[in-house]
Ligand binder design. Structure first.
Ligand SMILES: [Zn+2]
Length: 278
């Protein structure tokens, strides 16, 4: 009752400020996002300069971004524009078209090792693997590089490849892209239970909140493993950059259906820890 009376007494300027805050996107500020799945690849360079990308991050309320690019120079250009905001992740792809062949390309480890000398990267990925491809000698070399440099691996894998990959070393940290794209909460939950090094990001997983309502099975899993999930967008084509703000608004809408501490961890805290090497 008192609150209602108080609100009715609020001066007009308070309301005006609130409207301005909403209009300028400040509503996003209470749930800042760390986007764990962005690419600034060659296909976007002509359309967006690094400053333009940073403006899009601002508009979407994205505080920090994990960025991997093909070629890697895209990540470096973005990082140069905002070193504190960009978390560089190194892909094994030098050019587009290597997605299906990298895991049997013996030159990959040497290429990665050369770039890692810069000492700026927090992870290796995003790379693609299906099933037993994760057992290749090249993948084992990459996992060894990750271990030696204390980097996480960001894998767009099916469940089988994700499990093989995270099993390659007890101290490996694997960020499972898109939760496997099609793996349901039951499969994801079983993998999380078996592998403490596994983390999961939810880019492109509209089934988490169909029609904006958080799915009960996903919700239960988030509550069971509040420290293991993160969010992301995936800008694999340039048109995705224009959708960034809408994607993150939809993400915040389902995050707000969780207890605030869990929402904050999934929105940013878990990604900050992964970027910090924990
Ligand atoms: Zn991607």
């Amino acid at each position: 009752m008192g609150a209602v009376t108080g609100r009715s007494r609020a001066p007009g300027w308070v309301l005006a400020l609130a409207v301005v805050a909403l209009a300028t996107g400040a509503a996003a500020a209470d749930l800042p996002i760390v986007d764990t799945h962005l690419h600034y690849s060659r296909n976007a360079w002509e359309q967006y300069a690094p400053e333009g990308i940073l403006g899009l991050l601002d508009a979407a309320g994205i505080r920090r971004a994990f960025v991997s690019s093909t070629p890697d120079d895209g990540t470096l250009r973005l990082r140069q524009a905002a070193p504190d905001r960009i978390v560089p992740v190194l892909r094994p792809y030098r050019e587009a078209g290597e997605l299906g062949s990298w895991h049997r390309d013996p030159s990959v480890a040497g290429y990665l090792e050369g770039r890692l000398k810069a000492g700026i990267y927090r992870g290796i990925g995003e790379f693609h693997l299906r099933g037993g491809e994760a057992r290749s000698a090249v993948v084992r070399q990459v996992a060894e590089l990750a271990r030696r440099h204390a980097l996480f691996l960001h894998c767009h894998c099916d469940a089988e490849a994700a499990e093989i990959l995270v099993g390659l070393g007890a101290d490996l940290r694997v960020l499972w892209a898109h939760a496997g794209l099609s793996s349901g909460p039951d499969v994801v939950g079983a993998l999380l239970a078996r592998h403490p090094g596994l983390r999961v990001e939810l880019a492109l997983r509209s089934d988490v909140a169909p029609g904006g309502r958080l799915d009960p099975a996903w919700r239960a899993l988030f509550l069971r493993y509040p420290d293991r999930f993160m969010v992301g967008t995936d800008t694999w084509i340039p048109s995705r950059w224009a959708e960034l703000q809408g994607v993150q608004e939809a993400t915040r809408a389902w995050l707000r259906q969780l207890p605030p501490d869990v929402a904050a961890r999934i929105a940013s805290g878990n990604a900050e820890r992964l970027a910090a090497g924990r």
